[in-house]
Each structure stands twice: as structure tokens, then as C-alpha cells.
Write a protein that binds this ligand. Structure first.
Ligand SMILES: O=C(O)CCC(=O)C(=O)O
Length: 235
């Protein structure tokens, strides 16, 4: 945790000079507007190696993922969610699969927190069982809007908040409806989201979301790749 916090601080220092988002540092999330110099997300920090890749290939995490997806596990992407104190933006109700539609819903996310995640600083909320209800509409006409369109008050009413201590993790299916509130508290809520998938499931052509930010194909972190396309992570 202390290595991750130190590295996170260094990254934020770099990103705090930015007036606009770039491929690595995002000053906004889920389509909402942020402020110059306030980093909201860091894309694919596992590409930096070190403690980030160590976390993404942590055997304790992969044991859980293997139990859900089977023996072959690819790391698809990572996203470090900053939720800075008083300026952390909300995540509207969405399903991850809408952002990267695959031919099978065999993808699972794990978010590990480096700060305590609480209702006050915008902990994750999920709708239990929603992974069985199919993919909801995330489009307004032909425009992808980063959230489920229409009345989401029913999601709010049936949701469960998932507060977590620093060092803890939450896992969710790629079809699980989830959201988080803005952080209006004095404490940051930093969490590393890691998306894992069965390597035999593929991104569907067209991908449905033209602003797709997932850049790579993924990296094998457990087992082997029956498709022969993905590279093993070298440690
Ligand atoms: O970190 C959050 O509050 C939201 C995370 C999320 O929705 C995601 O990683 O898909």
C-alpha cells in the first residue's frame, strides 16, 4: 500500500501540470467535466510495471478471478480512479460491458483501494443480481453517453453500498450495474480498477462505443492463451 501511495502521489504531481486530458491522465470521468490540474483517472498504470503490475498480477486477486472465469486469465486494462478530496466526480449508473462489448460476458473487474472507501467519499454502489438482466441502453440516439439512459431511481433504491478499508477489494461482473457519488469529503478515495477476462472472449467489431479508451488486447496473467494472440506477462 505504501509503495502504491508513493507512486500515486508521483503520478498526480506529473498530471497536475496538465490543462487538458491526454491518453494517460484524464481530468474528467464518464463524460462529466473536471478542472484543469485535477487528475480524475490514470489509464493503464500497469504499463509502468513495478508495484502497479505487481498488484494486477497479485496471486490472491487472481485466485478469485480464476474461480470466476476459469484457469486462463487475461488482464484487459487497468484504470486508477483518483476520486480526489472535495473534487472527485461521480460515476453514473453503468455496466462496464457497454464500454467494450464482447461476444461473451466473461469479464470481471476488481477494484483495490489505497484509501478507506466510505459512503462520504464516494464508495462503489452496485445493484445485486443485475449481471443477469442483460445489457441496458447506454445510448442517446446514436451517441454513447457513458451511463444507462432513462430513469435510474430503481437502481438507486435497490443498490447496496460497498465501503471498503484501504487494502480491500471489490469484484464485480462486467454486466453488474454500478455507480458512485461525487467525493465531497476531505479524504481522497483512490482505487485501482483492473479488468480481467477469459482470453477466448473478443471485443466485437465496431465496439459500439467510438470513444473506446481500451488500447491494448490484454496480457496473460494466469494460465495460457488458447487463441495464441496474447503475450504472457513477464515477471
Ligand atoms: O471508482 C469508481 O467510483 C467507479 C469505478 C467504475 O465505475 C469502473 O471502474 O467501472
Amino acid at each position: 500500500m505504501s509503495n502504491l501511495r508513493k507512486s500515486a502521489d508521483r503520478l498526480v504531481e506529473i498530471g497536475s501540470n496538465l490543462g487538458a486530458s491526454n491518453e494517460r491522465f484524464k481530468l474528467s470521468t464518464f463524460g462529466s467535466t473536471g478542472s484543469p490540474g485535477v487528475v480524475q483517472q490514470i489509464c493503464d498504470p500497469h504499463e509502468l510495471g513495478g508495484e502497479w503490475m505487481e498488484l494486477a498480477s497479485d496471486p490472491a486477486i487472481l485466485d478469485v478471478i480464476e474461480g470466476l472465469l476459469g484457469p486462463n486469465v487475461a488482464l484487459y486494462y487497468t484504470m486508477f480512479m483518483m476520486k480526489p478530496a472535495r473534487q472527485g466526480l461521480s460515476a453514473p449508473w453503468h455496466q462496464d460491458l457497454a464500454f467494450f462489448v464482447h461476444d461473451q460476458a466473461r469479464l470481471v473487474a476488481c477494484q483495490v483501494y489505497i484509501d478507506d472507501s466510505t459512503p462520504e467519499n464516494g464508495c462503489l454502489k452496485v445493484v445485486p443480481g443485475s449481471h443477469r438482466t442483460g445489457l441496458a441502453n447506454h445510448f442517446d440516439g446514436d451517441r454513447f453517453v457513458n451511463r444507462v439512459v432513462g430513469d435510474t431511481s430503481g437502481f438507486e433504491a435497490s443498490s447496496v453500498a460497498l465501503p471498503m478499508k484501504a487494502g480491500g477489494a471489490v469484484f464485480w461482473h462486467a454486466l453488474t450495474l454500478h455507480a458512485s457519488d461525487p467525493n465531497q469529503s476531505a479524504s481522497p478515495r483512490r482505487g485501482m480498477t483492473m479488468e480481467y477476462k477469459d482470453p477466448t472472449t473478443s471485443l466485437m467489431s465496431g465496439s459500439f462505443y467510438p470513444g473506446l479508451e481500451v488500447r491494448g488486447h490484454g496480457l496473460m496473467v494466469r494460465g495460457s492463451d488458447p487463441t495464441g494472440v496474447l503475450l504472457p506477462a513477464i515477471r
